[in-house]
Ligand binder design. Structure first.
Ligand SMILES: Cc1cc2nc3c(=O)[nH]c(=O)nc-3n(C[C@H](O)[C@H](O)[C@H](O)COP(=O)(O)O)c2cc1C
Length: 247
């Protein structure tokens, strides 16, 4: 993309709504705090126009030097189902490289949180800790985008560094918030990263792109137990140090 193909950023400094700052803050907090990783969806479809609106909002995400390194493939219908079939087949073949998203060994603090996540997640599904076949079946649900009508695959130029992967993460969170503001649920999924080869072949990605993660998108099923699992957060005083405030 060259500079002359860029669209001008809209000036949204003054909200057009006439809402008070307090109302806007409450609204944003409600959306941010109600977003959940959603792993069961209603059959209700999601139209192309709505997805494009969400992506246009998310494209306002910041990026270092405004290089906007995000790339996203959005799949629905038969294209999504064919991708799912290819990934399930690749997963069952057991030929994909091992997942690399956490170091081995994982530092204790994070290992404890990972264990807490696993306990909550599998309890919400009624899956016992040592029931490996059931866990494997649930992992495979990732590749079916947990039954969501729309799936996204986020990729990035493999030559870029960690700095630009931050941009991609900010973009993804913006997608999730823009979706949630419209009542649409999502689940970000690193489970796709392992399957770059079949994904790239299926989506005809250029050779310089690498799959970073996927995302399910649709209307969450509020009745599904898995969507009722709640993941706790550290308190601000435990992860932040505020310095120089004089109190
Ligand atoms: C980068 C990233 C990758 C993730 N990968 C997966 C995944 O592969 N499968 C999955 O079910 N959830 C995945 N999640 C969802 C997390 O488990 C979830 O965000 C976390 O447990 C906090 O729960 P919450 O989002 O409902 O607040 C991922 C989240 C992020 C941010």
């Amino acid at each position: 993309m060259t500079a002359d193909t860029l669209i001008e950023a809209p000036d949204v400094a003054q909200p057009a709504t006439g809402w008070s700052q307090e109302a806007i803050a409450r609204c944003v907090a409600t959306v941010v705090r109600s977003r959940r990783a959603t792993r069961a969806f209603k059959a209700q479809p999601l139209g192309r126009a709505l997805v494009e609106e969400i992506l246009a909002d998310a494209a306002c995400a910041p990026s270092g030097a405004n290089i906007q390194p995000w790339r996203v493939y959005v799949v629905s219908g038969a294209v999504k189902n064919e991708l799912t079939d290819a990934l399930v087949a690749a997963s069952r073949a057991g030929t994909a490289p091992a997942p690399e998203h956490f170091p081995e060994p994982l530092p204790d603090t994070y290992r404890a949180r990972l264990a807490d996540f696993g306990a909550r997640y599998y309890a919400s599904l009624g899956i016992e800790r040592h029931d490996t076949p059931a866990r494997t079946r649930q992992t495979e649900r990732n590749y079916a985008f947990f039954g969501a009508p729309v799936g996204l695959v986020f990729s990035i130029d493999r030559r870029l560094k960690a700095h630009s992967w931050i941009d991609l993460g900010l973009f993804a969170q913006s997608v999730m918030i823009a979706a949630k503001a419209r009542g649409i649920d999502t689940c970000p999924q690193v489970a796709f990263a392992q399957f770059h080869e079949p994904i790239a072949a299926h989506l005809q990605m250029p050779a310089d792109e690498v799959t970073a993660f996927g995302m399910s998108m649709g209307y969450g099923d509020p009745e599904a137990e898995v969507n009722r699992a709640r993941m706790p957060r550290e308190r601000v005083q435990d992860f932040a140090r505020l310095l120089g405030f004089g109190d």
